[in-house]
Design a protein around this ligand. Structure first.
Ligand SMILES: CC(C)(COP(=O)(O)OP(=O)(O)OC[C@H]1O[C@@H](n2cnc3c(N)ncnc32)[C@H](O)[C@@H]1OP(=O)(O)O)[C@@H](O)C(=O)NCCC(=O)NCCS
Length: 376
C-alpha cells in the first residue's frame, strides 16, 4: 500500500471520489451499474445462495464448499442466543426509543458481556464477527417484541438465519416465499464498499480499538437519514403521497422546497443501482401475491417523475421499503433489519483493516481566526 506523507491543499467535499484504502471485498462501477462481492457479480449470487454463504464469502474471500457451508451455518445458528444480560439491558430501554438506538445499546451490552471482548488476532475477531452476525438478528426481533410488550421467541438453531429472524420477529412460522425474499434482501444489503457506516467502522478499527466499538459506531452512522435511515423514510413518503395520482403535485412541492426525496440519488451510482433491479422485481411479485398494488403504483409513478424531472435514479432503499412493508415488517424497523445484514460487510472490513492497519487520520484546512489577543 502507498503511504506517501503528502498534504493536499484541496478540500474534497464529502470525500467524494477519494480512495481511502485498498480493499478486495467489494467492487462498484457506478457508471456501468456493476456491484461485485469478492469478484462475484451481485446478479449471479443475490438470488442463488443463502445469506450465510454470502457472509462466508465476504469474510473468507471465497464461496464455501458444501461441507464448509453446513459447518458455518451450524456455527452461526449455535451462536444466535445473546447472553441473558443483553436481553435484560434491552428490557430497560424505553419502548419510545428509536429501534436503532435500542439496537446500539444492546450491541454495547453484547460487547461488555463477551469475556474475550479485548482479544485480538484473526481467530478472535472472526469469532466476534460470528457472534455479532448471529445475534444481531435476534436483537432486532427481541427489541421489536419488547417494545410492543410481546413475549420473546427464543432462537431455533435448526432454522436458517432468514427463517429464524422472521419467526422470532412475528412469533409464527414464516412461509417459504417470505424466507426466500428476506434471504435475497439480506444478500443485497450485506456489503457496499466504503459507505459511511463501513468507513466509520474502519476508522474506529484503525485506532486498534476492539471490533465491537467499530460496530457500535457503524450502527450510529447507518441510522442517519442520508444513509440507512432513508429506508424507513421511503415508506413514510409513499404513505404521505397516498395514491399514484398525487405523485406529480407532491413532487412539484417537494422540489420547490428543495426537499431530498428519500430513496433517490447516490454518491457512487450514476445509473440504476444494480441491487434495485432485484428489489423492484421483488416488490412487484410481492404486490401481486398480496393482491395490493397500491405501493407499487405510487413507487413506479414517483420513480418516473423524478427520473424525468431531475434525472434521479432510485437507490437500493427505494424498492426495499415497499418490499419490507409487503413482508410485514413494522415501519420503524427497516433500518434495524438492514443492520442485521450489513454487519457481514462491516466485519469483513474490520478484519481487512486489522490485517493491514494504519491509523486513519486526515487533515482539515483551517479557516478560523488566528492570533487573537487573549485578555481576561
Ligand atoms: C444519497 C445522497 C446522500 C448522496 O448525496 P451526494 O452525493 O452528496 O449528492 P448531492 O446531495 O450533492 O446531490 C447532487 C444533486 O442531486 C440532487 N439530489 C440528490 N439526491 C436527491 C434526492 N434524493 N432528492 C432530490 N434531489 C436530489 C441534489 O439536490 C443535487 O442537485 P443540485 O446539483 O441541483 O443541487 C443523496 O442523494 C440523498 O440525500 N438521497 C436521499 C437519501 C437516501 O436515499 N439515502 C440512501 C442512500 S443509499
Amino acid at each position: 500500500m502507498t503511504t506517501t506523507a503528502t498534504t493536499t491543499e484541496q478540500v474534497i467535499s464529502g470525500l467524494e471520489g477519494v480512495l481511502a484504502t485498498e480493499s478486495s471485498i467489494c467492487f462498484i462501477d457506478g457508471h456501468a451499474g456493476v456491484l461485485e462481492y469478492r469478484g462475484y457479480n451481485i446478479h449471479d449470487i443475490a438470488e442463488r445462495v443463502p445469506f450465510e454463504d454470502v457472509v462466508f464469502l465476504l469474510w473468507e474471500a471465497r464461496l464455501p464448499d458444501a461441507a464448509e457451508a453446513k459447518t458455518f451455518r451450524a456455527e452461526l445458528a449455535a451462536l444466535r442466543a445473546p447472553a441473558g444480560q443483553v436481553i435484560d439491558a434491552l428490557r430497560l430501554v424505553p419502548s419510545s426509543a428509536h429501534p436503532m438506538a435500542a439496537l446500539r445499546a444492546a450491541v454495547a451490552m453484547l460487547a461488555a458481556c463477551d469475556p474475550h471482548q479485548e482479544a485480538q488476532g484473526r481467530a478472535a475477531n472472526v469469532l466476534k464477527a460470528k457472534r455479532l452476525t448471529a445475534q444481531m438478528a435476534t436483537l432486532v426481533a427481541a427489541q421489536h417484541r419488547l417494545a410492543q410488550g410481546l413475549p420473546l421467541i427464543p432462537p431455533d438453531p435448526a432454522r436458517s438465519h432468514a427463517e429464524d429472524l422472521l419467526r422470532m420477529l412475528n412469533g409464527k412460522d414464516p412461509d417459504a416465499e417470505s424466507v426466500q425474499a428476506l434471504d435475497i434482501v439480506l444478500n443485497l444489503y450485506a456489503e457496499h464498499e466504503l459507505n459511511a457506516s463501513t468507513f466509520t467502522a474502519r476508522v474506529i478499527t484503525g485506532t486498534l480499538a476492539d471490533a465491537y466499538s467499530a460496530i457500535i459506531g457503524a450502527i450510529g452512522a447507518l441510522k442517519g437519514p442520508l444513509h440507512g435511515g432513508a429506508v424507513d423514510d421511503v415508506q413514510r413518503t409513499l404513505m404521505e403521497i397516498g395514491s399514484a395520482d398525487r405523485v406529480r403535485p407532491w413532487v412539484e412541492e417537494a422540489l420547490a422546497a428543495k426537499r431530498k426525496v428519500p430513496g433517490f440519488g447516490h454518491r457512487v451510482y450514476r445509473v440504476l443501482d444494480p441491487r434495485a433491479v432485484h428489489l423492484r422485481a421483488m416488490m412487484e411479485r410481492l404486490a401481486r401475491a398480496n393482491g395490493d398494488t397500491r405501493w407499487v403504483d405510487i413507487a413506479l409513478a414517483l420513480q418516473d417523475e423524478l427520473k424525468q424531472r431531475k434525472n434521479l435514479n432510485a437507490n437500493v432503499d427505494y424498492y426495499a421499503a415497499p418490499v419490507l412493508y409487503y413482508l410485514g415488517f413494522p415501519l420503524n424497523l427497516f433500518t434495524s433489519l438492514i443492520t442485521a445484514s450489513r454487519i457481514a460487510g462491516w466485519m469483513a472490513h474490520v478484519l481487512e483493516q486489522y490485517d493491514n492497519n494504519r491509523l486513519i487520520r486526515p487533515r482539515a484546512r483551517y479557516v478560523g481566526a488566528h492570533e487573537l489577543a487573549f485578555s481576561r
